[in-house]
Design a protein around this ligand. Sequence first.
Ligand SMILES: [Zn+2]
Length: 225
Amino acid sequence: MKVLLTCEHARNSFPPDMENIFKGKQRLLQSHRGWDEGALEMARGLKRKLKAPLLEGSHSRLVIDLNRSINHRKAFSEITKRLPQETKDKIISTIHRPFRENARVIVEKQSQVLHLSIHSFVPILDGKKRNCEIGILYDPRRPLETNVAKQLKLSFQANDPNVIIKMNYPYRGTSDGHTTQLRRTFSPKKYLGIELEFNQAWLKKLKNKNRVIEWIADSIQNSLL
Ligand SMILES: [Zn+2]
């Protein structure tokens, strides 16, 4: 089984020709609504250890959210949703479509792929503390995917029993997203789509990030069919 890594919310930048639209939006761009802080570092570390391809989102999700379908009401943000259709079409054809298409082509060429979509989440949302360090998101209706997700949890815990790991938390693996779309395209045997969500507070306080990336990569390798 081959591994494909993606990082949809890797960056909080925007295309140079959108400077006017994003004027004065620095704070929003810096926040969790702009990007997944720490996710790209984790994704790149895993790419190195696993020698797997990694697709990185090129711009902020405030331009377009690569983890939403183009017809989802939140694909475009409050900043971009009222732009002229022509501009939105350009954003779709230059940012969203190529990213999704690259992933689809990589999966298509292999007999079996474990797609790991790497994200991070804020430790407190709407005043509520999220008591979890790593979330594993998957579709419980897909048996192979479920097996690998459970195996990943066991393997993570074996490496560090103190890490709190939750399944389908802080979001459900079946909500609209990149993995959800690819599940519709490929059979459960060919395509296994799992989102790994890392708590940003946990990522920040890690003393030896490289060592943690190493045991996460080892766990992934041990969970491959
Ligand atoms: Zn994300």
